[in-house]
Ligand binder design. Sequence first.
Ligand code: ADP
Ligand code: MG
Length: 733
Amino acid sequence: MPENPLNSSLQFIPKVGPKRAEAFAKVGLRSIRDLLFYFPFKHLDRTKIVSSSQAYQHLLNGYDGEITVIGKVYDTSVKNFKGRGILTVVFNDPGGFFDCVWFQGIKFFQDRFKAGQTYAISAKPSISKYGQLQFIHPDFDYLTNEESTGFYNTGKIIPFYKIPGELKLKNIGDLSLRKMIDFAISKYSGYIEETIPVYLLEKYNLPALKESIRSLHFPDSQEELNRSWQRLKYEELLYLEILVALRKEKNNSVIKTRSLKVKTSLVADFLKTLPFELTQSQLNALKEIRQDLALERPMNRLLQGDVGSGKTIVAVIAMLIAADNGYQSVLMAPTEILADQHAKNISGYLSRLAEKFPQHQLKLTLLLGGRSKSVKEKTREKNELKEANIIIGTHALFEENVEFENVGLVVIDEQHRFGVAQRGKLLSKGANPDVLIMSATPIPRTLSMTVYGDLDTSVISEMPKDRLPVKTYLRGESSLPKIYQFVKDKLQEGYQSFIVYPLVEESEKVELKAAETYYSELSEGYLKDLNVGLIHGKMKWQQKEEIMLLFAAKKYDVLISTTVIEVGIDIPDANIIIINDAHQFGLAQLHQLRGRVGRGKVQAHCILVTKDELAASVTRFSRNTEYMTSAQLEKFKTAVRLNTMVTNNDGFKVAEVDLKLRGPGDIFGIKQSGYPELKYADITVDEELISSAREDAFSIIRKDIHLRTPENSVLRKNLLTHFSDVLRFSTVG
Ligand code: ADP
Ligand code: MG
């Protein structure tokens, strides 16, 4: 087969040659195909270039859109307005003078504009109070002399590329790159093969790939450009969702040798012994889980719910159903202390059950590592393991070589999405156990359609009755004395308090010192009449456990914690949490911490303490982030995080904001999920596209699991070429 011309070297493009081709190769552009897919990061619409006097007229005539003018920098000045700087850059063009104004990033923009330079300025113009035409925070592009005249610039929508240093060194700029790409498109775009089935292109009226590539570089209209981006994003999401659908199909194709159904009165009797009634959401989740357990294929279900919504009890009932059928269940917790807490709680439930209904004698065993065991102990453990109905341990332990004989259900209480490989390991242990994953924090919809998309999902969307939302406050450090007084006052009503400090550094010595300093300062200072406990990350888990138990038993009024108090810890009478240096915590982490209180019937309080100036300014930040410097952006994000906590109790909303703030590059779990990373689509904004791609992909796989029909052959071909490693988990191939 002749080599596809798209794979040939960039050398064959006029003005490239071996030297420049080498420079291109250094930034990853080797073939003509690479160049065609090197898309501009933005465009400038020069179809609408007018002179400044025409722009003024348009405005007077009521025109209300974006306008581009080209002018030379005349002068720059910074004025002070209510304590803040305002930068004005005066430009002139044949039509006269006009102003560009910046309120943010002043230093950055001031250094940017030098008298005599030519810029294209685009924005929605307005008229200043001095009657001058002005552009506020406009888009702008520096134009070289050559550029302001050449063919590739005037009267079109012009692409702008990221030009890495390696290319600049070889004198390649926007203009020369435009010419090279224009040549590549006219000579080679005929060789581009379509990657989306025609029926889907038609369904959404999307342009063919060939068309899109041209438009992404040199669009005839903004609309054409938008549709081409949509196409690229959709394509990427479609392939991702097909992989998700195939993984799910693969899970579903496994046959398990059991069908777990409620057999005896065990579950009903258990419910009678609970001190509360399950919420409707808990019942719904339970119903979905019961249906899965009864099926012939293993359950793969994600149980979502906000912190404190009561996921554990749902999992416990699922484990009872397994026991009812003579199968063991395993509960994996993320840390020893949580495993231990689960064991204590669940043992409590089981002994209450056995007291009231002596016919239901269930056994639980806790498996924890960390110390060497005698032969006798090991034998005892082995026997307990054999006889247990419920086995509890940590993730780590189950990765070691513990053998399970009769496990029907595995419950994973997880902090994060754990990897495919880990899951594979787990599944290799039992005879295809049913798997229930409890997520520690709510997962935004876009993530549950992608990274978690192969799992069925149950959502506990309501909190237990009588639960009051935690009141959250933001306070400056100077309020600390008042806050400590509040802690003391509330102690009279039986409130216990957590006081949390961020981890200063990842160094043992520093952490220990910080912990001890906080502790001695407080216990000898403001809180000297109170019983104060200390817990920190460098303690052994048994030691932490002991302190937690003392706190739960009210031996301490206040617990100081340097690192994060363990996710999931449940101390019913701790109803105040003070989080110091709250600006140093992530949003999900803050929400988890807040979830440590408000677990009983009384009003709980969460006090976020931060720098005084930050506490005072948080609600006054502007929302225009586009031209912020990175320092400003960080400050802005911090403000949004703190504000979100104060104004929101709903974990799903908090998770959405968190996702948006972090951005797609920093989402925990995408890499671990084993799916390809997204280049074009953005999981934080493209919810609608994800949803369409998902529906299409699942419907395709449902009808044509091996992708053998002619109309889907293009999908099959591309999957096998590009995603063969991911496909190990599927039935195509
Ligand atoms: P999470 O979903 O954060 O894991 P837990 O399972 O730890 O939450 O439950 C939080 C607390 O709420 C526990 O003390 C639990 O006993 C209690 N709880 C669970 N379900 C209910 C309910 N329906 N009514 C009242 N309290 C409940
Ligand atoms: Mg929990």
